[in-house]
Design a protein around this ligand. Structure first.
Ligand SMILES: Cc1cc2nc3c(=O)[nH]c(=O)nc-3n(C[C@H](O)[C@H](O)[C@H](O)COP(=O)(O)OP(=O)(O)OC[C@H]3O[C@@H](n4cnc5c(N)ncnc54)[C@H](O)[C@@H]3O)c2cc1C
Length: 479
């Protein structure tokens, strides 16, 4: 089969019988027709179509090493720096089609699965570990272009260091039994962006502090597995009009809580279970961080470029470019953007082969980028609000422009370089990016996209060598 078209993606998702709940109701009928999901699924349809355009095939796909079919390039296991650059170019293409706003474009989790497979040897010979199942999932995903959501964290009940869940019925998903078919999982996990809207859900659970083995497991199962339920938050699609809601009508991804109601996870889907050590060290030892953050930073750079152009468009529209503080604010975005680009380049430049023969981007520059973007992004968003001022609020709708008040709007809402309608379009875009429910979620998303930025900074501190100045220090201290 190999890489799929948009039609094949939608057809497959519509055929799943996934248990999704939204606003107190179970979602019925084809999900690609549902108001809350159709914008996102249309956008993803366009991504899959893009990879199959004859002119894009050499950028977006490569020959499968097993079937020789064309498969998605985000599955490529890089062996050279050139492979890494090819991967980045591919990821940039999809990010540009979505202005970097689709955090979980399919290449994100394809990359995660690729990284797991490239590191699966770490599990060889370890208790209750099945590296061959990771490899099989990788090959199945690559050959069928499967889409994934993922859930890596536990419900936010009590985050105290000393908290240990003691309830009889699990809150956080746990192994509650084993049969000859597989593991039995009960409880919940969060937060699955696009949960219920993909072929499969990838689950990775590491016990918190006291090492409960029942919380040590990882697997991937189809979204419509019996007993699996996706509880959606409220939809942030403002409406269908692309004039009124230029972003939420296209890119609202949805987030859901994933409930496992005694779900049987077939053995062939299990990567490991009841192995606390592996659950704790797999992320650190594997190439998950370097490859996943390489994808994340590639997308965030595209998003920063989009924000810079939008900010400049606002400046031109109301002609405020002569003010030094406006220039300073735009420069802040430029500094952030160029910093991110330099860090990404450095990660590729300093890439090295890992112990399994795969070319890993250097982790430190990527860690730095993923530590600074969560603080940079809210500032970019604020800058757009500060430039737009009241224009971010004086926002008539598409229908207003088709009504009797149109002459008033045309006269009073014109911009220095734009008609009223074009000016409102730009400001609505800025509002949807930074102030609508969709926009404020984007800010929260970029803050927590790759985990808690506080703990990311702590990992950076712990893993970064501080020996670069040691000689100088010793010289001065005379030791
Ligand atoms: C929009 C959005 C989409 C997401 N999508 C996904 C997804 O698709 N899949 C997925 O798996 N996850 C997803 N996440 C979850 C994301 O990974 C988490 O938000 C992130 O890991 C932080 O965990 P938490 O939200 O449970 O925060 P908590 O861990 O509950 O933290 C709450 C506060 O307490 C502090 N805190 C808690 N524990 C500690 C500690 N040990 N040390 C220091 N400070 C601490 C934190 O710094 C923070 O200020 C998403 C999150 C958001 C906001």
């Amino acid at each position: 089969m190999g890489a799929i078209t948009g039609y094949e993606f939608i057809d497959r998702i519509d055929q799943l019988d996934t248990d999704i709940w939204l606003d107190g109701q179970q979602v019925k009928g084809p999900i690609s027709q549902h108001t809350a999901f159709k914008g996102l699924l249309k956008t993803k349809e366009a991504l899959y179509d893009w990879q199959m355009l004859p002119s894009n095939k050499s950028i977006m796909t490569y020959d499968s090493p097993t079937s020789k079919e064309l498969v998605g390039l985000s599955y490529l296991q890089p062996k050279t720096k050139e492979d890494l650059r090819k991967r980045r170019k591919m990821m940039e293409q999809w990010a540009r089609l979505t202005c970097g706003l689709l955090g979980r474009s399919p290449d994100y989790l394809n990359t995660v699965i690729m990284s797991f497979a490239s590191s699966s040897s770490h599990l060889i010979g370890k208790e209750n570990c099945f590296p061959e199942h990771i490899q099989a999932l990788y090959e199945r995903a690559r050959e069928h272009d499967l889409s994934f959501t993922h859930t890596f964290i536990t419900p936010q009940v009590n985050r105290s260091q000393s908290y240990f869940e003691t309830s009889e019925e699990p809150i956080s998903a746990k192994i509650v039994g084993k049969t000859k078919e597989g593991l039995i999982i009960k409880g919940a996990r969060l937060l699955a962006t696009q949960g219920g809207l993909t072929d499969e859900v990838l689950v990775f659970s590491a016990p918190k502090f006291l090492g409960d083995p029942d919380e040590a497991f990882a697997f991937s199962i189809p979204s419509d597995t019996k007993g699996l339920r996706f509880l959606c938050r409220e939809s942030f699609v403002g409406g269908e009009s692309a004039f009124n809601y230029p972003l939420s009508s296209r890119f609202e991804e949805m987030d859901s809580i994933v409930v496992f109601d005694r779900v049987i996870v077939p053995w062939e889907c299990v990567f490991f279970y009841h192995n606390v050590e592996v659950a704790e060290d797999f992320f650190a030892v594997s190439s998950f961080h370097p490859y996943a953050i390489h994808q994340v930073i590639t997308r965030q750079i595209v998003k920063a470029e989009f924000m810079l152009s939008l900010a400049e468009e606002l400046v031109q529209t109301i002609n405020v470019g002569e003010y030094l503080h406006i220039q300073g604010k735009l420069s802040e975005i430029i500094v952030g953007l160029e910093t991110m680009k330099a860090l990404l380049d450095k990660s590729e430049h300093d890439a090295a082969l890992d112990q399994w023969g795969y070319m890993r981007p250097s982790l430190a520059p990527l860690q730095v980028a993923s530590t600074i973007f969560p603080t940079m992004y809210p500032r970019f968003s604020e800058i757009i609000q500060l430039i737009g001022a009241s224009g971010m609020v004086a926002l008539p709708t598409e229908k207003d422009f088709q009504s009797a008040i149109e002459p008033d709007l045309t006269r009073y809402l014109q911009g220095a370089t734009k008609s009223a309608e074009d000016r409102v379009k730009i400001f609505r875009l800025a509002w949807d990016l930074t102030m609508s429910s969709f926009g404020t979620r984007q800010t929260q998303y970029e803050r927590y996209f790759f985990g808690d930025p506080i703990r990311l900074a702590s990992h950076l501190y712990k893993s970064y060598s501080k020996d670069g100045g040691k000689d100088m220090l010793n010289r001065l201290l005379g030791s």
